[in-house]
Every structure is written in C-alpha cells, then in structure tokens.
Write a protein that binds this ligand. Structure first.
Ligand code: G6P
Length: 609
C-alpha cells in the first residue's frame, strides 16, 4: 500500500508541503514515514516510525537546518531554482517497521533517492545479481533493489535512460517516484498502483501523489497516469511517456470538483463516529442516482451470461449481501467473489460476462486485478465506487457513484450502507420497480435519522462496557443478515482487536457451537422476514449452552439478555442492522484504548495483492 508524494516547483516550503500532503495519504499506511529534500546536488533525508500525526511541524526547520538524521550536508545551500521533495507513508510489506525499511530508499552514496508503493515481485532475483556485483543492502525492502539497479545503470547511461532500463526489469504492481542528485528532475512511473499529477498554480509547479487529497489545497488541475505510463518533470514541464511503446503521450488536464472541507472531523473526536453519524444523510445521496444509468446497468445484468459481483473486505461482504438481495427482490442469480479469488474462476469468463466491482476507494489491487482479467476476456465492467476519480471509475464501462463523501476511518461504515443501497436499487431496477426501491430506501433513511441519537448511543455504550474485557464474541444472522454477521465481525476485529467471528445461524450446530460456554457473548441479527423464527431458535440454542445473547432486532424476544432495538424494514435490514454494530465497535475501541481511525496493521486503501 503506502502513500507517495512529490513536489517540484518554486516554493521554499517544499518539505512542509510534502509532509502535510503525506498526512492526507496516511489512510494508505501509517507505520512509518519519511521525506527527502533535494538541496543543491545532495539530499536531506528524514525518517520516523509511527504516524505523521505525531510529528510537530515546528520540527521541519530542524530537519532542514541541522541536516538531520542520515544527511551529512550543509543545507545553507538551499537556494536552488526548483525545490524538489518526495515523501512516503508506509504500510510494511517487505521488512519490519524500522527506520531502515522506511522510505525514501537510496543507492549507496544517495545519488538515487526514491519512494515506492506496491511490490516488486522479482526483487530477490535482482537483489542477488546486485549482491554478486558487490552492492550491499541496508534494508529488507524490495524498493532498495530499484535504487541500486538505477545506480548501476547510471554508470553507463543518463538518469532517464537508467531509470527506464531498471524499471523495465522490475515485475509486479507499483508506483514509484525517483530523484537523482545531479539533476532537477523527477521521474515517476505507474504500473498497477495509483499516481496522479497535479499541475500547480504557478508555472513549472507540479505535485505527484497516490491520491488527490495530498495536493488538492494547491490545485484542482490533474493528469492521471495510467498503467505502464511515466512522467518526467523538469524545467521544461511535464512529459508523459508510454513505458511499453516508448512513445510520448498527450495527457488531458482534468479540472476536478472536490469538496475539500468535507474531510474534516468537525466536532467529532474521530472520523469513524463522524462517518457513522453521517449515515443520516449519505443514504439520501446514494438514492439520488441517474435513473438511466441504473436502468442500463440492470439491463446489462439481465443480458450478461454471468454477472459477477466482486469486492474485498467490507465491500466483499456487500457483494455477498447483494446475492441475497437479488435473489429475494429480483429472483435473479448473481455470482459473488472476493477480488483475490477472482482469478481462480477465470475459466468461467467470456466476452458475455459482466463484472460489477464494488469498492469505496476504487483502488483496491485485488479488485483491479479482477477487472483486468475480465477485460482481457472481452467482458464488460460496472464499478460501484465512492471515489469517482479512482482508477476503477476511470477504467470501467459504466460507473455508479455511491456519493458517500470522503471516508477516512479505516473501518468502512457509511460507504458500506450506501453500497448496499445501490444494490437494492439495482435489484428493483431489474424488475422495473425502481421507484418502489427508492421509496423503501427513503423510508429507511428517515428511520436511521430517528435512530441515530445520543440516547441510542448511550444504550449501546452499556453493552460495550459489559463486552470490553471479553477476548472473543460471535455474531449470527441468516439470509440477508448472514453477510452482515460477517461484516459485523470485521468491524469488531478491525478496531477492537477482539476475536470476533460471524456465522450463518444454521451453521452453528455443525461446529461453532462448541465454542460457546458460560457467558460467551453472541450478537444475533434479526429481521422481520422469513428468517426470523429460525435465527431466534439459533439464539435459544446458544443460550442453552450458557451464551449471553445480545439481540439486534425490531422487536424484543425472551431469549435476549440485552436488546438493541432497530427500525423495522425487512428488505433493508442489512443497512439497518449493521449500524448498531458500527457504533458498538467504535465504543469498544475507545474503551480498549485503541485508535478507531487508524487501527494497528491495517490501511484504508489496499493497493498490494
Ligand atoms: C481495506 C479497508 C476495508 C475495505 C477494503 C476494500 O481492507 O480497511 O474497509 O472494505 O479495504 O476496500 P475498497 O476501497 O475496495 O472498498
């Protein structure tokens, strides 16, 4: 994963711009970070473990003035025409969380300095060749290999040629930004991981980042790199090139409309609770769709010989929910796969297949890989995404925006319910009753609005207090609420670190019920539909073995030890029932002193396979 960012231009505060930009990219990884500033023909490099959020901006001066950490140079020479700086916020893949493994990485005498997002799959093979040639490695990363490889080519070629030759040898998915100490030039390349160029307000000013928020406060003019493309930025401007044909590319400058202020926490202590509460409005926005597009997608599903709903993590659970929704409302079969499993079903695909990719970020590597696979077979792609400027949105044949607004907390909440709402709309569109679908969702949005009040939160807080010291808990559901039992477990795992597991109620007796003993907490998701009596029977079975039953249900039941009331709306129960679990997970995270916005080991956007 990781976030990468570079600045090229006249501003003296290049380093500050990069560090601030990196902070906006921390959702992509936050175990360590680093920056490099080019000063004359040398670099100041600074790295730290932990989050950028903990860094005091007053320390920027210290980095540049003292020559900080690994630099030996005198920064009084800081009068270059172009200020050039790069930075990286890391989610460790190769090598532990150490300063050596944090980026930027560099070649021996720091002539090449670079930041990388992704994985070079053949790095070991190339590392061995370089070791045989006498190179030594400081880090365990795959990234350092590229730095030494470029340096090796630099012995015989210029910076640009050396970088191109080195990149041509690397396999895998990546985005890289490379600097050379003797040239005022940035080379950035993309194969699989996002990279966007922002054209600054003054002449010859450029930003390059994994995502737009890093630089949106300076410019809204962007140029998207596609796979196998590179950009070379120097005093003459930005040149784009196809890495395969080696031909220059004309890049359109796109002016984006971005509601920058929306990504603030406002009066909330954390993004997670802010985003949970935003569900009072986000559903309305999701419902407000272009009906023509919904009908066209519904038509494409009807015509397809195999419609595949694909997503990862929470989005994958939304895909599972879609299967039940389509069965119940539209009586139509769809296939559901996690992005990472899609390739193993490749042989089922033809040019008549349709892939519906569900993703908040629109950048998840496994889902993007599924898209590449179906596109190679000639099939079509519909993306259901939150980030309308994402790679997925751009490479799909049709796109349905979920309009949830920026989602910053790692644990997805508002994007989830909006994605489910789109699936419900599509199911109704399939049976030509889109209007009915909208009505049901409008009613649901109003019920959620009533439900989300401080008294409701307090009621959930009480059960959170009871649960805070347990190390495992279970969630069960049936039908539409089975995937939500799985999603509820993900929510709890992500931010509470409690061992939470979701099951289909009927599956308990085939094994998991052996895990129940006195007071084992079990959350039961109930909907007023055909699954109700059976899920209540499963709850009774758990209780008979000593389990403590927390019912999330429109009505109370004798079996519940604790009841969390939810509004009654049977076709939208997955949307309604997941919200109390989101709140519970948030409260438990706080009680267990975890950071709910940035849980350990996770990242919001998963751009590695
Ligand atoms: C990460 C996030 C999850 C998300 C999943 C898929 O694991 O932490 O919240 O569901 O990626 O991301 P996407 O952006 O494709 O929805």
């Amino acid at each position: 994963m990781c976030g990468i960012f570079a600045y090229f231009g006249p501003k003296d505060n290049a380093l500050e711009i990069v560090i601030k930009g990196l902070k906006k990219l921390e959702y992509r990884g936050y175990d360590s970070w680093g920056v490099a500033l080019k000063v004359a023909n040398d670099f100041v490099i600074h790295k730290e473990l932990g989050k950028i959020g903990d860094f005091s901006f007053a320390d920027i001066a210290k980095i540049t003035q003292s020559g900080a950490v690994q630099s030996k140079i005198n920064t009084s020479k800081f009068s270059d025409r172009f200020k050039i700086s790069i930075g990286h916020s890391r989610w460790a893949t190769h090598g532990g969380v150490t300063e050596y493994n944090a980026h930027p990485q560099w070649s021996h005498d720091q002539e090449i300095v670079l930041c990388h997002n992704g994985i070079f799959e053949n790095y070991l093979e190339i590392k061995k060749k370089l070791i045989d040639k006498g190179y030594t490695f400081r880090s365990e990363t795959d990234t350092e290999v590229l730095a030494h490889l470029i340096a090796d080519y630099l012995k015989n070629f210029d910076f640009e040629t050396a970088t191109k030759k080195a990149l041509a040898e690397m396999t895998g998915r990546y985005a890289v930004i490379v600097l050379f100490k003797n040239e005022d030039k940035i080379i950035a390349a993309r194969r699989g991981s996002p990279l966007i160029v922002g054209k600054g307000g003054v002449s010859n000013e450029y930003f390059i980042a994994s995502d737009i928020p890093a630089f949106v406060e300076y410019t809204n003019k962007v140029q998207y790199l596609d796979d196998n493309q590179m950009v070379i930025i120097d005093q003459f401007g930005a040149r784009f090139e196809d890495m395969i044909t080696k031909l220059p590319i004309e890049k359109r400058v796109v002016e984006i409309i971005w509601r920058y202020e929306e990504a603030d926490k406002g009066d909330f202590p954390h993004f997670m609770i802010k985003e949970i509460m935003e569900q009072k409005e986000t559903l309305y926005r999701a419902i407000n769709q272009n009906e023509n597009i919904l009908s066209q997608v519904a038509e494409a599903i009807k015509k397809a010989r195999g419609a595949f709903f694909v997503g990862c993590g929470t989005a994958g659970k939304v895909c599972m929910t879609a299967e039940y929704i389509f069965s119940k409302i539209a009586k139509r079969h769809i296939n559901v796969l996690f992005g990472s499993e899609f390739k193993f079903h490749e042989h089922f695909l033809t040019d008549q297949s349709l892939l519906l990719a569900i993703s908040q970020s629109g950048e998840t590597a496994d889902t993007l890989e599924a898209i590449e696979i179906i596109q190679k077979k000639g099939g079509k792609v519909v993306s259901i995404v939150n980030n309308e400027a994402s790679t997925m949105a751009r490479i799909s044949d049709m796109m349905i925006p979920i309009k949830a607004g920026p989602e910053k907390a790692v644990a997805s909440t508002k994007a989830t319910t909006s994605q489910i709402a789109i699936c419900i709309l599509l199911a109704y569109a399939l049976i030509n009753r889109l209007h009915d679908g909208k009505q049901i969702l409008i009613e649901t949005a109003s019920q959620i609005n009533d439900m989300l009040n401080p008294r409701y939160e307090e009621h959930i807080q009480q059960v959170a207090e009871f649960l805070k010291n347990f190390e495992s808990l279970y969630i069960i559901g049936r039908g539409l609420n089975y995937p939500m039992a799985l999603e509820g477990a993900i929510k709890l795992q992500e931010v509470t670190y409690i061992h939470a597991q979701g099951f289909a109620g009927g599956e308990l007796k085939h094994g998991p019920i052996a895990l129940i003993s006195k007071n084992t907490p079990c959350i039961v998701l109930v909907a007023n539909d055909e699954s109700k009596n059976e899920i209540l029977s499963n709850a009774i079975e758990v209780k008979a073995r000593g389990g403590y039953i927390i019912g999330i249900s429109p009505e109370n039941a004798e079996v519940f030890d604790y009841w969390i009331k939810v509004p009654d709306n049977s076709n939208t129960s997955p949307i309604i029932n997941i919200i109390p679990i989101q709140i519970l997970a948030y409260q438990l995270a706080l009680l267990r002193q975890n950071n709910p916005d940035m849980p350990r080991n996770l990242a919001k956007s998963v751009t590695v396979k």
